[in-house]
Design a protein around this ligand. Structure first.
Ligand SMILES: [Mg+2]
Length: 256
């Protein structure tokens, strides 16, 4: 461990003073060399444009539970529509699918949850997760980084699909609607990283997903997932966001 730490400190000090700051805040324990295939990217021309083939880092970002505060609004709606039923505080949610946990308390609640999710206006009304919108703009502005929204519609898709686009236009701007990838199987989508709150990304290519590495965005139901890639919240400062991007670019494990 000491040998690895020394190596990492030397490596990070050489690469960036900002990264060195990270090591001083005891994050070095989280650092592990994963490969240097992306290392050359740091030295590429800063004038590289993200819409050309010079893109060196493609990041896919999920919506529900990553950009949109799905759980808070679901609970709010549930308590409003079913005030006499037992509810589960967001901090006690322990399954990815809310209807499964509610259904385990009382079978009828499973239907209540799916009805709320498929009702008109639900997905359009979700509030952004703190700092998510700002961080998306910051990431978009980094030369040679390409950011896409990658989201799955629910099975009862009629309201969900169009409202996800509405949400993106309202909170991120119309241009971002051109960067939405909507599909049920994210393992088929090519990228370097997928930031997603789902504990495990299932699909046809789940053992070798095209999105590269899965960065788990922390939610109560994924806290028990052991991973080298975790983002607990969107940074409120740009330098912290750039730290995170640098770790991804270098192929270094990251846990904030
Ligand atoms: Mg999600």
């Amino acid at each position: 461990m000491r040998r690895m730490r020394t190596w990492c400190e030397r490596f990070l000090r050489k690469r960036s003073s900002r990264a060195w700051f990270l090591t001083e805040s005891n994050r070095i324990a989280c650092v592990k060399r994963m490969g240097l295939e992306a290392a050359g990217a740091m030295s590429r021309s800063p004038s590289a444009k993200r819409h050309t083939s010079s893109v060196s880092l493609k990041i896919l970002v999920d919506m529900d539970g990553v950009l949109c505060d799905f759980e808070a609004y679901l609970l709010e709606q549930f308590r409003s529509k079913f005030p006499d039923e037992p509810f589960i505080p967001v901090s006690e949610r322990n399954t990815f699918y809310a209807h499964e946990q509610y259904g385990s308390i009382k079978v009828e609640l499973k239907r209540n949850i799916t009805d709320i999710m498929s009702s008109p206006g639900f997905f359009a009304s979700l509030r952004p997760i703190s700092n998510a919108v700002t961080c998306m703009h910051w990431m978009r502005d980094i030369p040679d980084v390409s950011v896409w929204i990658c989201t799955s519609p629910i099975n009862k898709y009629r309201n969900c699909v169009s409202e996800k686009y509405q949400w993106v236009e309202k909170h991120l701007g119309f241009e971002w609607t051109k960067r939405v990838i909507m599909c049920k199987d994210k393992t088929l989508i090519k990228g370097d990283y997928l930031i997603d709150d789902r504990p495990m990304i299932h699909g046809e290519e789940q053992f070798k997903p095209n999105f590269g590495k899965h960065v788990v965005f922390t939610q109560p139901y994924n806290c028990n997932v052991t991973t080298e890639w975790r983002l607990s919240l969107w940074p409120e400062r740009k330098d912290k966001l750039l730290d995170f991007i640098m770790f991804l670019r270098e192929g270094l494990a990251f846990r904030d």
